[in-house]
Design a protein around this ligand. Structure first.
Ligand code: SF4
Length: 106
């Protein structure tokens, strides 16, 4: 399965992280690099919960989540959140930067 991310090259099938990246050494520490049995890019209608469980146990979860949010990665489970969940954070950050009423940085 193709990840569809725009991040780096050489993304392994079914795996969210471009292992050949030299700029993102933390990615090699991700538990997903050792979990070929879990879909981090579940097809529409498939459950993302198994990937999220793995992320909750991952030592680079926060870094991964920040990376996905900062780069606005639009597919796959990153840092334990689905694209929709990350999109909510991205929109809140944009609103906070714009100084919208009742907003705060996330
Ligand atoms: S948080 Fe999840 S997607 Fe990110 S590196 Fe860890 S296991 Fe992989």
């Amino acid at each position: 399965m193709s990840s569809g991310t725009a991040v780096g090259a050489g993304t392994r099938d079914g795996h969210p992280l471009p292992l050949d990246s030299t700029d993102h050494g933390w990615m090699a520490q991700g538990l997903c690099t050792r979990r070929d049995d879990v879909e981090f890019f579940p097809a529409k209608g498939r459950r993302s919960a198994p990937a999220k469980v793995v992320c909750q146990q991952c030592g680079v979860q926060l870094r991964c989540l920040d990376y996905a949010i900062t780069n606005e990665i639009a597919d796959g489970v990153w840092g334990g959140l689905s694209p929709q969940e990350r999109s909510t954070i991205v929109l809140r950050r944009r609103s906070a930067r714009a100084g919208g009423p009742g907003t705060s940085a996330v």
